[in-house]
Design a protein around this ligand. Structure first.
Ligand code: GLV
Length: 334
């Protein structure tokens, strides 16, 4: 019997190891590409694929799935899966998976670095020195805001939120959090305090949002929330740009309602070359690199391959994100 085709339209790290693993049960159509494939090349690969392994830059909606008659599995090389239309996938009986856990610590490192970079003006200071503008030590040069001992408010306290709190603990920060559920273990071990969102916003020096993008969280941080923040507070986001009303954030920054922002994610990526953030020295802008280390990206690719293997071999994948399909199909991939 012919092996099912697994289509991987982008470059992955440690590809030899991942490809060898996949080739045991699949024919792999691997494109060693940094850039997105042209649409017709992508659709051509997709038309033969039983499995698709992608980063979140590939948006999988109904019109794309119309071009994938054989597709049984979409394995996202990311923890977030807002790039997938889960309703459409489920309706078509296609299983979808993500890669949690392996990127938790790496993403927390990056999110916490945005706290430090914002408060201590790291990116701005670096640009200043490199521009040749540093002519001497000045008493008020690049004065910023302390991180140690400050109050950090974490909105959305999942795996990554908890990993950020552990880092903040090491900086002796006072940690407030808000989440759908209480995390009593961390309350006891890390001394974090559960508070209503309004209280968190009013009292935090650094407000960090770490939630997945869903219809419920879309633009959950907007004008009202920025209005509640302290004037000298920073807003940090390394989750998804869509959870913030970006126009409201721009206004809050322009009107000096808050001190600045540290952002790894944006409503539209890449951001426009004329985006207002690009001319705001108090906004740290990163190109969505939360999980971007060699080690973690390699682990993510392997985990995605393992999820793919499970599905194409008829086993339930560990990181299934649309379990309804599994129930409907009674455990068999047809
Ligand atoms: C990256 O943004 C991810 O969701 O893994």
């Amino acid at each position: 019997m012919a092996k099912p085709v697994v289509f991987i339209p982008s470059k992955i790290p440690e590809e030899e190891k991942v490809l060898r693993f996949l080739e045991a049960f699949a024919e792999v159509d691997y494109r060693d590409e940094e850039e997105m494939l042209d649409e017709d090349v992508f659709y051509d690969g997709l038309s033969r694929a039983s499995g698709l392994m992608i980063y979140s830059r590939n948006k999988i909606r109904g019109h794309v799935l119309d071009r994938a008659p054989l597709l049984k599995a979409v394995s996202n090389i990311a923890v977030g899966y807002d790039n997938l239309d889960l309703n459409e996938l489920t309706r078509r009986g296609i299983l979808a998976t993500n890669t949690p856990d392996v990127l938790t610590e790496t993403t927390a490192d990056l999110a916490f670095s945005l706290v430090l970079a914002s408060g201590r003006r790291i990116a701005e200071a670096d640009a200043f020195v490199k521009s040749g503008g540093w002519d001497g030590w000045l008493p008020s040069l690049m004065l910023g805001k302390d991180v140690h001992g400050a109050t950090l408010g974490i909105i959305g306290y999942g795996r990554i939120g908890s990993a950020i709190a552990r880092r903040a603990r090491g900086f002796n920060m006072d940690i407030l959090y808000n989440n759908l559920v209480r995390e009593e273990k961390d309350e006891q071990e890390l001394g974090i305090r559960f508070v209503p969102v309004e209280e968190l916003l009013q009292n935090s020096d650094y407000v960090l949002v770490q939630v997945p993008l869903t219809p419920q969280t879309e633009k959950m941080i907007s004008e009202k929330q920025f209005g509640l923040m302290k004037k000298d507070a920073y807003f940090i986001n390394a989750s998804r740009g869509g959870v913030v009303d970006e126009a409201a954030l721009i206004r809050a920054l322009q009107e000096k309602q808050i001190a600045g922002a540290g952002l790894d994610v944006f409503e539209h990526e890449p951001i426009d070359k004329t985006h207002p953030f690009l001319s705001m020295p108090n906004v740290v802008t990163l190109p969505h690199i939360g999980s971007a280390t060699w080690q973690t990206r390699a682990k993510m690719a392997m985990k995605a391959a393992e999820n793919m293997a499970a599905i194409l071999q008829g086993r339930r994948p560990v990181n299934l994100v649309n379990p309804d399909v599994w129930t409907v199909k009674d455990g068999t991939v047809q």
